[in-house]
Ligand binder design. Structure first.
Ligand code: HEM
Length: 465
């Protein structure tokens, strides 16, 4: 093929200047794209103002793009410029050789060996959450508590800083983080970078949040360096991510403070919403299908010690919790949209993608499609446990991409699964719960990550039932 695929693909009818911009609702962009995929197939084109995009839901093409990084494809350039103008140089927005250095640094800081060292912090935070929930007499905003949980865990393992927002309420870091995602998503979708010429109140808050958080992180870095100098034995066994990457950075030699700071902030941002929203969607399904709460209770009971799992190695036995996590991420992936660009003209599966063409990858459309998963729309965790017993059922793992694919696959996956198992085991082990809202009232909202609209949870302590 010699012609740029954009010019030969089908797609929704475009208006003269705005293209399809008025047909999309940014908060529901992932759903708009899914509807168009039903109409125009697993690869089609759209235009948002002057921005021409190819939308891809075909898993074979998606994997080839993701695996072609960093040499043939990159994340969308706009993402990097949005992060860099706020001073963030980290693994999520780095490319090429720079990315390779960042990736090694971050992947080692998050590997299983280090994770076992971080487990006491996760355990302590899970106990705090349980104690808080034991005192809950009225329905409460569970999503807020889950965000507090993940920000407490991430800041504790990132810097050794005990935030304890679960018991104490908001903290400066969390307040700043809350301002960041919605504005990043708005800026990515803005047809022109208005904020560079005129700053709205949200833009000013966003800039301020980054500035403040950078100052705080710099202080942590200085303290971390001092601690390592005074306790050289920590170089063998770092007690948090900051110490681990400071040791790595010392060995690598060429990593600046700005890059260390960028990666700490990246970890904070990447670890908060993603995991909290995934658990919130799990709670949503477990409330609609309470029989699974009982199955989890049975699975986790042998391992609970005063209401929580205290032995990291036992988490690998939680196959039902794992199946529910997978089924939830298949139906409600918190990162359903990923944005890439080819670094040169590249042909993939017969389509020519011109250099810098914007590729909008939509990961859920295939994951709920009958061609890849039988009865794809239904919540059925059994499909993850008994697949070998049902060879006639479709279960195509290539269409299940909640953590991405290829060399830039999410390095926080294991940490996320540890947190998910710890919270869900504690929740089902101690409580029965249900939503106070009708499930159909709960909507999907896209704000960089895909979250559930607000809902309240009503919980009953099992010991007092
Ligand atoms: C359920 C929770 C999570 C989900 C669904 C998730 C999903 C993703 C996805 C889809 C990507 C893009 C992958 C790609 O481009 O191929 C990603 C990247 C990343 N995630 Fe996660 N993530 C989760 C939790 C975490 C946690 C807990 C951390 C760390 C504390 C983390 C750190 C990162 C980083 C640093 C990247 C960038 C990797 C790179 O560009 O090389 N994530 N994640």
């Amino acid at each position: 093929m010699t012609k740029d695929a954009y010019h030969i693909l089908n797609g929704p009818k475009q208006a003269f200047l705005l293209g399809n911009a008025l047909q999309v609702d940014v908060k529901r962009l992932h759903q708009n794209l899914e509807q168009w995929a039903n109409e125009f197939g697993d690869i089609y084109r759209i235009r948002l103002g002057p921005s021409k995009h190819i939308v891809i839901t075909n898993p074979d093409i998606i994997h080839e793009i993701m695996r072609g990084r960093p040499d043939k494809f990159r994340r969308m350039e706009k993402m990097d410029s949005i992060f860099r103008e706020e001073g963030v140089h980290g693994v999520f927005n780095a490319e090429g050789e720079e990315w390779k250095i960042h990736r090694k640094l971050v992947a080692q800081g998050l590997d299983v060996r280090h994770q076992q060292q971080y487990f006491p912090a996760i355990l302590k935070t899970t106990e705090r959450l349980m104690n808080k929930w034991k005192g809950m007499k009225t329905p409460f905003d569970v999503q807020k508590d889950l965000m507090r949980y993940t920000v407490d865990v991430t800041s504790s393992l990132a810097f050794g800083y005990e935030m304890n927002t679960i018991q104490m309420g908001e903290d400066v870091i969390q307040n700043h983080l809350e301002k960041i995602f919605p504005t990043i998503f708005k800026r990515i979708n803005a047809p022109i970078p208005i904020w560079r010429y005129y700053k709205s109140k949200a833009d000013k808050e966003f800039d301020y949040a980054f500035k403040q958080i950078n100052v705080l992180i710099d202080e942590f870095i200085e303290k971390g360096k001092e601690k390592l100098d005074n306790n050289p034995e920590l170089k063998e066994k770092p007690s948090n991510f900051l110490e681990a990457i400071l040791v790595e950075a010392e060995q690598e030699g060429s990593i600046s403070n700005t890059e260390i700071r960028g990666n700490l902030l990246t970890i904070l941002m990447a670890g908060e919403d993603t995991t909290a929203h995934t658990v919130a969607w799990m709670i949503y399904f477990l409330s609609i299908y309470p029989e699974w709460q009982e199955k989890i209770l049975k699975e986790v009971s042998p391992y609970l010690n005063n209401g929580v799992i205290t032995d990291y190695t036992q988490l690998s036995n939680l196959k039902i919790v794992e199946a529910i996590a997978n089924e939830t991420m298949r139906l409600k992936p918190v990162a359903p949209l990923l944005l890439f660009e080819p670094l040169e003209d590249i042909e993939v599966k017969g389509y020519l993608f011109a250099k810098e063409r914007k590729l909008l990858v939509q990961t859920r459309h295939a994951a709920v499609n009958e061609s890849y998963f039988s009865d794809g729309d239904s919540f059925n965790p059994d499909r993850w446990m008994n697949i070998e017993k049902c060879p006639h059922l479709k279960h195509e793992l290539k269409a299940f991409i909640p953590f991405g694919s290829g060399p830039r696959y999410c390095p926080g996956r294991n940490l996320a699964l540890t947190e998910i198992k710890m919270i869900v085991a504690m929740l089902c082990g101690n409580f029965k719960f249900k939503l106070t809202n009708e499930p159909k009232e709960i909507e999907e909202i896209m704000a960089f990550t895909m979250m559930a609209s607000s809902f309240d949870l009503c919980i009953e302590n099992r010991q007092t039932i």
